[in-house]
Design a protein around this ligand. Sequence first.
Ligand code: HEC
Length: 136
Amino acid sequence: MRHAWMILPLALSLAGCVETEKVPTGAEDFGDFCSACHGLSGKGDGEGAAALARKPADLTQLSAKNGGVFPGTRVMAKIWGYTGVAPGRQDSASPMPEFGPLLQGELVPYDGGDGIPTPTPLRLVQIADYLKTLQE
Ligand code: HEC
């Protein structure tokens, strides 16, 4: 029995850790996974951009270039299950990496604008929502 009492506080403190572990915000994940190429502003001027054969997209103009509507479904297709080949441009490999850690965790419904909510990893949804706030 003595042992059980020693283990209990440990178990409680471990449970506490799991509970307080925070999911990074969309802005934080953008800073960690995207800004090296796209820049913190999203304009495509990250420090890694110069070394790339293909210029990173200006992520502040996504809506402007789409008739004023944020192209949520296209953005999600780009960052989720990313294969390195842009849709419709099978010949052109993109340097964009896959974003493994962002795919873990909770799934939430995401409607990118086509009226069809799709269960989508929370952190990707947060990044898409953050990108929406960057639109000029
Ligand atoms: C290694 C550099 C690099 C990183 C890191 C990167 N990107 Fe990109 N991204 C690019 C390049 C280059 C393009 C343009 C070529 C293409 O479309 O694939 C691009 C294109 C895009 C597009 C397409 C824009 C359009 O007009 O459809 C989106 C959306 C995008 N990136 C979002 C992101 C997000 C969100 C992240 C972080 C989770 C990210 N990227 C991380 C290099 C990068």
